[in-house]
Write a protein that binds this ligand. Structure first.
Ligand code: AHM
Ligand code: MG
Length: 336
């Protein structure tokens, strides 16, 4: 079959827009802006080695981590693309201390959407040529369109997300997203610069055999997590499971959704809330996971129902094949 027979992401977005009776096309335009920005970031990621843009820029972001040059670039590209097109009224980025009110043109403040974004997740992997990703989360604002956007527009529970997704800049580049009606994946044909629907209706397999966790931190994990790791390693029935950890959330999640598995970033004795951010990383992944038949909790509570209190809040994260997440929850309960 030639590429001409496959549906492009652009066509898919328009088709889906027609499913919503009163759609104004705003969400479609917003997704198109993300699609464009992702191609621009992809170009930068691909040429990182030759363009000598790998390296640390010398500044630190709000979490006190060193930013890589590509983080800064990706952040700028997404913010520019989203604000210049007036498709959102506000943007919060993992790389910025505070949210941005979009005021680029006369229509920006009329938009009903805000975006939260991790422009380049897993950026410590860039200088060793390992996959990185972009994660995005979209909400309808709760304040009146036309008024300045407020912190309450961003501090919403994950269940309120209008859409969420990620881009994985991997051996091929893919965009995977949901608008709350299943998960679909699109692969970029780099020669044409076009995304094609390659993974319709993505679902976690019911049985998973992969566990993904940074076991180097074992000594610092809660006892429930330690017990679960031992359970994964036991020789019984279909165990031991396989351990796979890229250290790039998007890639680890993507593999586990396709093959069946669990990703865990738990609390540790030093970081009681773990490492990952509720708003930029956990909520969008949780919506995708649930839409793909998986499960996502902090070990006890559904991630999507956690009431956020601050933009850069962190939360322990257990995400993947439902049956595996429920098993680790059983272990966690024992030490509650
Ligand atoms: P980042 O947002 O600073 O890139 O950190 C998030 C990344 C995730 O992609 C990944 O799963 C995790 O951090 C890995 O952390 P660790 O190296 O502690 O295992
Ligand atoms: Mg991140």
């Amino acid at each position: 079959m030639s590429e001409q027979n496959f549906q492009t992401l652009g066509e898919f977005i328009i088709d889906k827009q027609e499913d919503f009776l009163y759609s104004t096309g705003e969400l479609s335009r917003l997704l198109s802006a993300i699609r464009l920005a992702s191609k621009m970031v992809n170009r930068q990621v691909n040429k990182a080695g030759i363009a000598n843009i790998i390296g640390k820029v010398g500044s630190e972001n709000i979490q006190g981590e060193e930013q890589q040059k590509l983080d800064v670039l990706a952040n700028e590209i997404f913010i520019e693309a989203l604000s210049q097109r007036e498709v959102v009224c506000g943007i919060a980025s993992e790389e910025n201390d505070d949210y941005i009110e979009v005021k680029t043109g006369p229509n920006a403040h009329l938009s009903k959407y805000v975006v939260l974004i991790d422009p380049l997740d897993g950026s410590s992997n860039i200088d060793v040529n390992v996959s990185v990703g972009t994660i995005f989360s979209i909400y309808r604002r709760v304040t009146e369109p036309g008024t300045p956007v407020g912190i309450e527009d961003f501090l919403q529970k994950g269940v309120n997300q209008a859409a969420a997704g990620y881009v994985v800049y991997g051996s091929s580049t893919m965009i995977v997203y949901t608008t709350g009606n299943g998960v679909n994946g699109f692969t970029l044909d780099p020669s044409l610069g076009t995304y094609y629907l390659s993974h319709p209706a993505m679902k976690f397999p019911e049985i998973g055999k992969i566990y993904s966790i940074n076991e180097g931190n074992y000594a610092k994990f809660p006892q429930g997590v330690k017990d679960y790791i031992k359970y994964c390693q036991e020789e019984e029935n279909d165990r031991p499971y396989t351990s796979r950890y890229i250290g790039s959330l998007v890639s680890d999640f993507h593999r586990n959704m396709i093959k069946g598995g669990i990703y865990i970033y738990p609390s540790t004795s030093q970081s009681p809330n773990g490492k990952l951010r509720l708003l930029y990383e956990c909520n969008p992944m949780a919506l995708l996971a649930e839409q793909a038949g998986g499960k996502c909790t902090d070990g006890f509570r559904r991630i999507l129902e956690i009431e956020p209190t601050e933009l850069h809040q962190r939360v322990p994260f257990f995400c993947g094949t439902t049956e595996m997440v429920e098993k680790v929850e059983e272990f966690m309960q024992k030490y509650k």
